[in-house]
Design a protein around this ligand. Structure first.
Ligand SMILES: Nc1ncnc2c1ncn2[C@@H]1O[C@H](COP(=O)(O)OP(=O)(O)OP(=O)(O)O)[C@@H](O)[C@H]1O
Ligand SMILES: [Mg+2]
Length: 260
């Protein structure tokens, strides 16, 4: 009925350890601060780091439970800081392989009726667990570091997205150190044929997030470090596009009223 649905965006890389989980968490917080209804989802069922970053290591009900035992997804949504909602994953390895990819998609797609953004933290690699996380979304942001191995893996992930009919919308470069030998923004854009949405520098404050006594995404703790500032810019860019769409939606609705 002309209602604008939320955007389902996977945050993926191919290569491990490039910052997917950190970026998903911080973009989620940044979008929530921009008054966007946002939920971040831990689809890395085997490692389950996203929930840890929000201090949800012992959440009673997780995405894992929702997928395995017909539990309502709403029972696995927790309040994070600054308005962001968090769906953590379980820490049990035993049955995660039984997870049915179609079920994940079905469960997550119900969320776009109530959220403006559903950000999905994808596991490393391009195997079935990564593919089913990506397939549950409609758009993808690739996270890369400016080195050849990361870019090659990102290309595999980009092709995977295309196979799964998921639209890659851009690249976030993480761990930018501005050292000689790093791929430049232009080189990354040309290689992946995607726009670079932002370049997050290596930032010791970002690294700390997991190690604190009370783990928390960088943006909850500090907003003025180099990495925090760049993430805020990226979120504003993403939300700006969305706000423009929403306005257009209103105009279209008005026009359709007049035409009746
Ligand atoms: N810009 C940054 N500056 C410094 N440290 C960072 C930055 N981004 C991420 N890190 C650190 O790098 C490590 C890996 O980050 P993270 O877990 O977010 O990556 P990932 O891609 O989700 O990894 P995995 O593939 O294992 O899921 C963490 O210790 C995190 O704190
Ligand atoms: Mg991760």
């Amino acid at each position: 009925m002309g209602e604008i649905m939320g955007r389902m965006i996977s945050i993926a890389s191919g290569k491990g350890g490039v910052g997917k989980t950190s970026i998903t968490a911080n973009l989620g917080v940044a979008l929530a601060k921009l008054k966007q209804r946002t939920v971040v989802v831990d689809a890395d069922m085997a490692m389950a780091n996203l929930g840890m970053l929000f201090g949800l290591h012992s959440a009673p009900i997780t995405l894992h439970d929702v997928i395995i035992e017909d539990i309502d997804i709403h029972d696995a949504i927790y309040d994070g800081p600054l308005g962001v909602k968090v769906i953590p994953s379980g820490l049990t390895l035993s049955s995660y392989k039984k997870a049915d990819p179609e079920k994940l998609k079905k469960v997550l797609s119900t969320l776009k009726e109530e959220f403006d953004y559903v950000l999905v933290d994808v596991p490393a690699g391009v195997d079935i667990s990564a593919r089913s996380a990506v397939a549950a979304t409609e758009e993808m942001i690739l996270v890369v570091t400016p080195d050849p191995a990361s870019l090659a893996d990102a290309m595999k992930m980009r092709l995977t997205a295309e196979q799964l009919d998921v639209n890659p919308i851009g690249v976030i470069v993480n761990f930018r150190r501005k050292e000689k030998g790093e791929a430049s923004k232009k080189e990354i854009e040309e290689f992946l044929e995607l726009k670079v949405l932002g370049e997050i520098p290596e930032d010791p404050e970002m690294r700390k997030s997991f190690y604190l006594k009370k783990p928390a995404p960088l943006l909850v703790r500090k907003e003025d470090t180099p990495a925090a500032k760049e993430i805020i810019k990226i979120a504003a860019q993403i939300a700006g596009v969305r706000l423009a769409e929403k306005k257009k939606g209103i105009v279209e609705r008005l026009l359709s009223l007049i035409k009746r």
